[in-house]
Ligand binder design. Structure first.
Ligand code: ATP
Ligand code: MG
Length: 265
């Protein structure tokens, strides 16, 4: 069996590939030593391929490994495989890996280049949720956020123009969290704050993605990373912002496993 491991800042993604069958699994990065122990004892006969920020650490502690890939190269190989399996046939696009932080890439027939990064990502989602409403369970956060309403928290363009004609759609966010002082802070519920946190992350990364897509003269933005997982609030914002700019957002199923899969390829 071939085992590809993408050891990221928050989650370790593992792909088990044997013949035509494939299985994916996630581990919290805090349990890295437990995973290493399982691999050392239970997978001695298997081939291990590593990537991600914690790959070197794993390589030091594993009894053996069959190679370490540069994270960006492995992710691109895995992403191209997943895209072709999902009939997303693009040869020129930008892609965003929304992990703990976010990295931005440009893909062309010549390959990929990393064109930027932002500290705003899934770690921001968890960290601000903890500070604002004392929640840090990802699944609970995204579920509760679906019930929220961020109208009182975010300042919209139409708030500023106050009924006068707006040069851009009035419903766009002018300032994330910018409306807080105008509202009744005591009436703002946990679900509203969580939705506003996801809004901040989603709108920030999508705005950068759209600018890059325009700069590289493509309409296609591809999104991967565990921050998108079951995250309806985030996906809706991405699709809406992309649509407003005439761009298309492609959210890849199992995209968070691109690196783990690509490490094997
Ligand atoms: P990086 O690539 O930046 O080193 P990473 O590879 O660990 O980090 P991802 O796994 O792509 O990053 O995404 C991590 C984010 O996914 C978390 O910050 C969180 O917002 C979200 N997430 C989704 N599912 C979970 C989960 N079960 N536990 C913790 N975070 C989760
Ligand atoms: Mg990662």
């Amino acid at each position: 069996m071939k085992i590809g491991i993408d050891a990221g800042g928050t989650l370790i993604k593992v792909a088990y590939v044997e013949g035509g069958s494939r299985k994916f699994e996630k581990w919290p990065s805090s349990e890295i030593d437990h995973l290493i122990e399982i691999l050392n004892t239970g997978h001695a006969g298997d081939q291990l391929f590593l990537t991600g920020g914690k790959a070197e650490y794993m390589a030091e502690k594993l009894n053996s490994n069959d190679g370490i890939s540069i994270e960006f190269d492995a992710t691109y190989r895995g992403l191209k495989t997943l895209m072709s399996e999902q009939d997303i046939d693009l040869d020129h696009f930008v892609y965003l890996n929304v992990g703990t932080g976010t990295s931005f890439h440009h893909a062309s027939p010549q390959g990929q280049e990393r064109v930027g990064g932002s500290g705003v990502g899934g770690g921001t989602l968890i960290g601000l949720s903890k500070l604002l409403v004392d929640m840090d369970d990802y699944d609970e956060i995204i579920r509760l956020a679906e019930k929220g309403n961020r109208d009182e928290i975010d300042l919209k363009v139409h708030h500023i123009y106050a009924g006068r004609p707006t040069p851009i759609p009035g419903d766009l966010t002018a300032s994330n969290f910018g409306n807080v002082l105008s509202g009744d802070v005591s009436a703002m519920q946990a679900e509203d704050k969580l939705q506003a946190v996801i809004g901040l992350v989603a709108e920030t990364v999508t705005a950068v993605g759209i600018s890059l897509a325009e700069g590289f003269e493509t309409n296609d933005m591809v999104f991967i990373g565990s921050t998108l997982l079951d995250n309806t609030v985030m996906k809706d914002i991405i699709n809406r912002y992309a649509g407003l700019k005439g761009a298309t957002a492609h959210i890849i199923h199992n995209g968070e496993y691109s690196g783990a899969l690509g490490a094997i390829l």
